[in-house]
Design a protein around this ligand. Sequence first.
Ligand SMILES: Nc1ncnc2c1ncn2[C@@H]1O[C@H](COP(=O)(O)OP(=O)(O)OP(=O)(O)O)[C@@H](O)[C@H]1O
Length: 274
Amino acid sequence: MTTRTYTLGQVKAGPPCCEPEAHLRVRGLSVAYGGRPVLEDVSLDIYRGCITALIGPSGCGKTSFLCTLNRLHDLTPDANVHGEVAFDGQDILADSVNLLALRRRIGMIFQKPNPFPLSIRRNLELPLREHGVRGRQLLEEKIERALRDVNLWSEVGHRLDSSALALSGGQQQRLCIARALVLEPEILLMDEPCSALDPIASAAIEDLIARLQGRYTVVIVTHNLAQAKRLANYAAFFWMKEQVGQLIEFGQCRRLFESPAQALTAAYISGAKG
Ligand SMILES: Nc1ncnc2c1ncn2[C@@H]1O[C@H](COP(=O)(O)OP(=O)(O)OP(=O)(O)O)[C@@H](O)[C@H]1O
């Protein structure tokens, strides 16, 4: 029998939250690259402690949307973003925002696991040190807790000084999630975190994401509609109209899948379109 050593709570994903409270308020958000609009006028709330899935066909702007939520688009020189993303009342798109502090509070997990080419320990120690955490004992405690949170401690706790690159793809992705969690963020952004993994590793990551619900706010891009349905409390369906991404429908995940308000949503989730 497998022994689970998660420090996170029980699986709670699925139903909508009873009293949703906006953690991020997105209003009139548009994204263009080199003057070409790819996403137009998106407004929605991301609810605290809930999992929100972004779904829609390839190229409709899901990743572009996700990247605006912790200013990753700043790394793309020709990206142009307009609108407002309010986080605890502050517009994170403002020039004055401290990006290091913002990204500590809003972490990002990418499609392809991207551990640093360093030891497992250094992968977690580096971000902690960058954010001013000092003291061997405190560092060790935080590292162990993060690894337990992603159910990796039993697998790597005895070999923290070995290379992170020697881990399997699924273990690397769990390490990357641990690297985000070790900074105690409030929000986790995930861009297709399971799509580069085999089914077993993918199921482990999905199980882990389900356990984050309640403790963290999660926004996940996924092409796997069954996964969105299993995991998310809320879903946002994007589509391209005249080559520009638009938000077609947003709401409670079960409602969106079981009785979509828009014909386009119904066609997409039934497989008739997209
Ligand atoms: N750095 C960039 N420079 C120019 N165009 C870009 C850039 N990044 C994305 N795009 C374009 O923006 C549009 C939206 O891309 P985006 O990756 O946000 O969509 P997506 O819905 O996440 O797609 P997928 O599901 O395939 O990842 C696409 O036409 C894409 O080619």
